[in-house]
Design a protein around this ligand. Structure first.
Ligand SMILES: [Zn+2]
Length: 174
């Protein structure tokens, strides 16, 4: 992947999340976060394998294709009503374009991407393993709640509704 910074993807600058998350999303869409594949391009001496599943750890892999990421995106797909779940960064741009409540969905996606990155870093650097993929959904929900005072009133209602739906689905999955 060479990044997919098309104009439609630049909307994350309008996403009401903390600045460091906006920067993280910008780096993700440029394919410049420090996945192992990216580090390798900069002459890093380690192995490219994903610590969780053993496949090549590209940006698309760790944020969309690794089993925990798949679980989270399938879960979000059900909650926001996408026809398909994104399996690459570029797919996410397509999903976002198809959404009516664009900003709310982007807000949720920011939470998903950030929680997957944090989970990966906890595993790689601190050997912390999530016992169950539903834990990642819970972490995302608490992050979204933490950020929700930043969104506008109209979007906040949509965010609260989406969170309520996710928690309901989660209680069935557990
Ligand atoms: Zn993996």
């Amino acid at each position: 992947m060479e990044g997919c910074l098309t104009p439609s993807c630049r909307v994350f600058w309008k996403c009401r999340v903390p600045l460091k998350i906006q920067i993280f999303m910008w780096m993700t869409f440029r394919d410049s976060i420090h996945s192992k594949v990216q580090l390798k391009k900069r002459n890093w001496a380690g192995q490219e394998e994903c610590k969780l599943c053993g496949r090549e750890e590209s940006t698309d892999h760790l944020l969309f294709q690794c089993p925990v990421a798949c679980f989270l995106w399938v879960f979000i797909k059900e909650s926001v009503g996408w026809p398909l779940y994104p399996s690459r960064c570029e797919d996410l741009c397509v999903c976002l374009k198809s959404c009516k409540s664009h900003k709310t969905t982007l807000f949720i996606c920011a939470g998903a991407m950030w929680v997957l990155w944090k989970t990966r870093n906890d595993h790689v650097f601190d050997n912390k393993i999530v016992p169950n993929p539903t834990v990642v959904v819970h972490k995302m929900v608490s992050m979204l709640r933490q950020w929700s005072p930043m969104v506008k009133q109209k979007e906040k209602r949509q965010v609260d509704e989406a969170i309520a739906k996710m928690l309901e689905a989660l209680s069935k999955a557990e």
